[in-house]
Design a protein around this ligand. Sequence first.
Ligand code: ADP
Ligand code: MG
Length: 698
Amino acid sequence: MKDIPTLFGSMVFNDQVMQERLPEETYRALMRTMENGRRLDPTVATVVANAMKDWAIEKGATHFTHWFQPMTGITAEKHDSFIVPAENGRVIMEFSGKELIKGESDASSFPSGGLRATFEARGYTAWDPTSYAFIKDNTLCIPTAFCSYGGEALDQKTPLLRSMEAINKQTLRVLRLFGHDEVAMVRTTVGPEQEYFLIDKDMYDRRKDLINTGRTLFGARPSKSQELDDHYYGAIKSRVSAYMRDLDEELWKLGVLSKTEHNEAAPAQHEMAPIFCTTNIAADHNQLTMELMKKVAGRHGLVCLLHEKPFDGVNGSGKHNNWSLSTDTGINLLEPGETPYENAQFLLFLCAVIKAVDEYQDLLRISVAAAGNDHRLGAQEAPPAIVSIFLGDELTAILEALENGTAYDAKEKVQMKVGVHTLPRFPKDTTDRNRTSPFAFTGNKFEFRMLGSSMSVSAPNVMLNTAVAKELDDFATELEQAADFNAALGALIQRVIKQHKRIIFNGNGYDDAWVAEAEKRGLLNLRTTPDCLPHLLSEKNVALFEKYGVYTETELRSRYDIRLQNYAKVLHIEAHTMVSMTQKDIVPAVLRYARELANTLRAKKTVMPDLACAAECNLLQKISPLTDRLTVCLDNLRQTLAEADKPGRNPQETANFYRDEVIPTMQALRETADSLEMLVAKDLWPLPSYGDMLFSVR
Ligand code: ADP
Ligand code: MG
């Protein structure tokens, strides 16, 4: 293995490279932009661009691209070479400040939800100097935001940066109240744990469903799956471990702090966790991670599946968004700490998160809503669709004591008064025992576990940052006006606990009793994507985003449309893939097997007319009616799809139709096909089985 410290970040135009290659003045100006959000001087950009180009060319780059994150959920890039014509038919390599700062691209093919009328198809990409440029495939990649001619965000990065600004501003106000004048900047930090499946490429290539949709649309349950729990943390197979090593190397080159890897619960399922960093960078890095996971798999004859539910009946894949708040002085504001003074501060931040999650449950749910993730949430393997917070017994007891004004530590009879008691430390082990909670306090951070594995982490963090910013804003306003700070603080904390404790739930989130209990508490249970998306446009949510300049109402409407259309499109592709696979692969295979049975039967009867041939008869009697049913289900799905495609429905109605009509029809078809798979000879069945795929990598 190469020298890792040298390898790490070798393809990144990072701080060290900038210090080495930029004139002192330029470096300082850039730092002011990166750290304090100051606007960048165009002359600075010219110098930076030139240094970037020289560095990139030395590393073998020939092209540059603005690298951005449109609403497709993945990244986009358009490559331009550095060449510029010079005299005598020669070329020189150039990269201007203008090219660094701003790009223009035809945006008409990216989802915009109607933000750009077709006559104004121009989109702009704008350099995000807070995320380092890097080299990938001989191309200098400049992380950029993507917006329309009118300045509306068409991407995931812009709102994320806006939300980080909002929470920074409000957190600083609160910190001032606690006398922390030394803090100049607060950032949210994120460490996203990424789950994925690896299967053999030969198997993948033989499954149109995996190729078209990323998940299996057919497949009977294998005789062995994850029952024995023998895969979780199991020894990593050599092919997988070679893959992981290769992946790490690629990620390290790009400065991604890939740290932990292990086998997950399902066979063929694995996880990678990076060390946390600033949210914006974490979001960029997670996109790169997903891209590289797929690319590196190719080199090993593998395919990496990032879909939330590639295999029915087998655990799906999620992404745990570990989130906290950190000052530029290195303090984690969600660290309970030991000194009373800081405990009060911790409790206030804790209350801000509790209140935010309670008041904006719908937004958190929306942020993880997609057709793929709908298979997971509430499916007894991932958190339920109900948002609640797990705090652990200790912290819950402390909050109860605060609410009632009673002593927390009965033995020592300490009278609880905010600001003058000591909290115990929270070793991670005692707090992180509940895997069923969607939003768990894990020692010094919150872990939001509802994300799907294929999703960008941007949306959930936009929601979290903005909602918590709003609560901190209200808290700061109230406390700034207080005559007696400590008394006001105590009253505020007590009030928040009283009003929002319904969101705290330390029990088993998979239990049916929780669904009933949550309903009694008035918590939302938004089961599907079309159920939750209308909440994006509720008065309360529009007001929130507009107040903090994170989304305009127009931007929200466009996102609502895009997300609903995406839901319908995914199901449309899935359903059509099912139709084609059934018609072209499954029905012919089943008929072939039936013919084989009938031929055998006839042949046997010819030579020995008295033979019962019970086996052939038995199988034919099972297969024949199932085949009839299969073709009926197929026709039903075709008809339902024709109905779905009829014009006249708005995006919400279309999404609802797919949820209520198309999904159940797909399900009926699948059940019949899966029953047939159990009966038809393996060599005639046209698709690799679940057993083949899940245990294909040795
Ligand atoms: P576990 O595996 O028990 O969930 P870890 O401590 O391994 O807990 O952390 C999981 C993820 O949380 C890692 O990506 C880690 O970097 C991240 N993390 C740890 N501390 C923070 C923090 N303060 N802010 C954001 N993420 C964090
Ligand atoms: Mg975790």
